[in-house]
Design a protein. Structure first.
Length: 201
C-alpha cells in the first residue's frame, strides 16, 4: 500500500543488501545499523528482496523485481514456515487478522508508550485512510514486521512507496515520520496501529 510518494532514504533506514555496506556509499552508516538485525529469517528475506522496487499494484509478491508491503511480510512468514497458517486473504489486513495476541492502539502516542515491549517478529499494521482500505473492516492498508536488533532497539522491516521498496527503519523514527505527515487515520474507529504475533498453527 503506498503510504506517500517520492522515494527517499531517511537517517534511520536503509535499502539494499544487509551484508554489503559498500553497495551504496551514501548509506554506509545506515547499512551498518541494519546489519545489527539479529534475525536470520528476516535478514535472509531482506538480502533477497531488499533491492526490489515497491510494487505499484496491490498484491505484488516479488514478481518482476517489485514487492509490496504484504508481499514482503508473506516472504518472511514463508521463511519462518508459518505462511500456511494464514488464510487466502494475504492482504495487509488479512495478515494482521491471521496473527495471534492481537492488539490495537487508538493513536501513535499510546503505541509509543509500549514500543520497547514489542517482541521480535511482531506483525505491525496501520490504518492511514488510503482508498485501499475502503472495503476493509478495520481500515488496515499497510503492514510490516518488527524485529529487535542486537542493540535492543526495535526496527520495522517493510516495503512502502515512500521508501521506494523494502527498507529497515528504527520503529520510533518511522512512527514519528508517519505521525508528522498525518498519515494515521482512525476513521473506522478500530485504531490506527495494530500488532500481532506470528501464527504457526
Amino acid at each position: 500500500m503506498p503510504l506517500v510518494s517520492n522515494p527517499q532514504t531517511t537517517s534511520g533506514s536503509t535499502r539494499g543488501n544487509l551484508q554489503n555496506p559498500n553497495s551504496n556509499p551514501k548509506t554506509v552508516k545506515n547499512n551498518r545499523e541494519a546489519k545489527m538485525i539479529n534475525n536470520d529469517a528476516i535478514q535472509n528475506v531482506y538480502n533477497k528482496y531488499g533491492d526490489f522496487s515497491y510494487g505499484s499494484k496491490a498484491g505484488s509478491k516479488g514478481e518482476n523485481g517489485e514487492i509490496d508491503c504484504s508481499g514482503l511480510v508473506c516472504k518472511i512468514l514463508d521463511e519462518k514456515g508459518a505462511i500456511n497458517a494464514y488464510s487466502a486473504d494475504k492482504s495487509s489486513q488479512g495478515l494482521w487478522m491471521g496473527s495471534t495476541n492481537k492488539k490495537t492502539y487508538d493513536d501513535a502516542a499510546s503505541f509509543k508508550q509500549k514500543i520497547n515491549n514489542i517482541p521480535d517478529e511482531t506483525i505491525i499494521a496501520f490504518s492511514t485512510g488510503n482508498s485501499l482500505s475502503d472495503n476493509r473492516k478495520y481500515g488496515i492498508d499497510h503492514v510490516g514486521i518488527v524485529t529487535v536488533g542486537e542493540n535492543g532497539k526495535r526496527y520495522i522491516v517493510e516495503s512502502a512507496s515512500s521508501k521506494g521498496g523494502p527498507s529497515v527503519t528504527l520503529l520510533s523514527e518511522r512512527i514519528n515520520e508517519l505521525e508528522k505527515k498525518n498519515l494515521f487515520s482512525n476513521r473506522k474507529g478500530y485504531g490506527v496501529i495494530f500488532t500481532g504475533e506470528i501464527n504457526y498453527k
